[in-house]
Design a protein around this ligand. Structure first.
Ligand code: PGA
Length: 253
């Protein structure tokens, strides 16, 4: 099996003013630096207002910085938006695209997510493409079908194991304290990897990191991160506390 280095990613969402955001970044950076050779990659995705300063704060620690969204265009008349090139220019190496909160709050379709992911790759960023079913879809037995459609529609041409990460985030598990069973998580992750074969071929699909997201915390991280097709986590609430975020990272096999 292709070795996949786990990625522990913090999605701060719309949280963090300079004081607490920079303190959190500094604490995470300090711990990673102190650990030395970690067995995992670590990423924080602060709000755009803090990206540059968080970048400076974590510089030299090994902690990577990412955006939470980008526009599909490089520049232009798009008030309030940020391009992937701007994120790269500000020091990002990753960007999250297609988070369910973007899909819901901003009506982003798979086609929009695909265009954003393509822009990310063009800017030299690693795209963290989020997919996942709603509770109603799971209850209707449509989990695999929904994730299949989202993979097919959201993964851009040119995606590889090096420039793309998939985050499987069941919408009903985000911020709720509820998670699927370990067996359900593994089933979807293995399914996603199999679906990726059609998009990027078997060799690349075997190397793509597929993260789990949705109420991951220190108490459940060990069992989730031990699943064969789970290659890290996209962590919201628990990434806002350095102790919890770090404890999750320490659960990487
Ligand atoms: P949560 O969020 O960890 O707070 O459930 C995860 C996410 O939305 O990325």
């Amino acid at each position: 099996m292709t070795a996949r280095r786990p990625l522990i990613a913090g999605n701060w969402k719309m949280n963090g003013l300079r004081s607490d955001g920079l303190a959190l970044a500094a604490e995470v950076a300090k711990r990673l630096k102190a650990q030395g050779a970690a067995s995992f990659d670590m990423l924080v995705c602060p709000p755009s207002t803090l990206i540059a300063e968080v970048g400076k704060t974590v510089s030299g620690s090994g902690v990577a910085v990412g955006g939470q969204d980008c526009h599909a265009n490089v520049s232009g008349a798009h008030t309030g938006d940020i391009s992937a090139a701007m994120l790269a220019d500000a020091g990002c190496s990753y960007v999250i695209v297609g988070h369910s909160e973007r899909r819901t709050d901003h009506g982003e379709s798979d086609a929009v997510v695909k265009a954003k992911a393509a822009a990310a790759l063009k800017a030299g960023l690693i795209a963290v493409i989020c997919i996942g079913e709603t509770e109603a879809q799971r209850d209707a037995g449509k989990t695999l079908e929904v994730n299949k459609t989202q993979i097919a529609g959201s993964v851009p041409d040119g995606a590889t194991a090096a420039n793309m990460v998939i985050a499987y985030e069941p919408v009903w598990a985000i911020g709720t304290g509820r998670t699927p069973t370990n067996a359900e998580v593994q089933e979807v992750h293995a399914f996603i990897r199999n679906e990726l074969v059609a998009k990027v071929g078997p060799a690349e699909a075997a190397g793509v990191r597929v993260l789990y997201g949705g109420s991951m915390k220190p108490g459940n991280a060990k069992e989730l991160l031990a699943l064969p097709d789970v290659d890290g986590g996209l962590i919201g609430g628990a990434s806002l506390k350095a102790d919890d975020f770090w404890a999750i990272a320490q659960c990487c096999p």
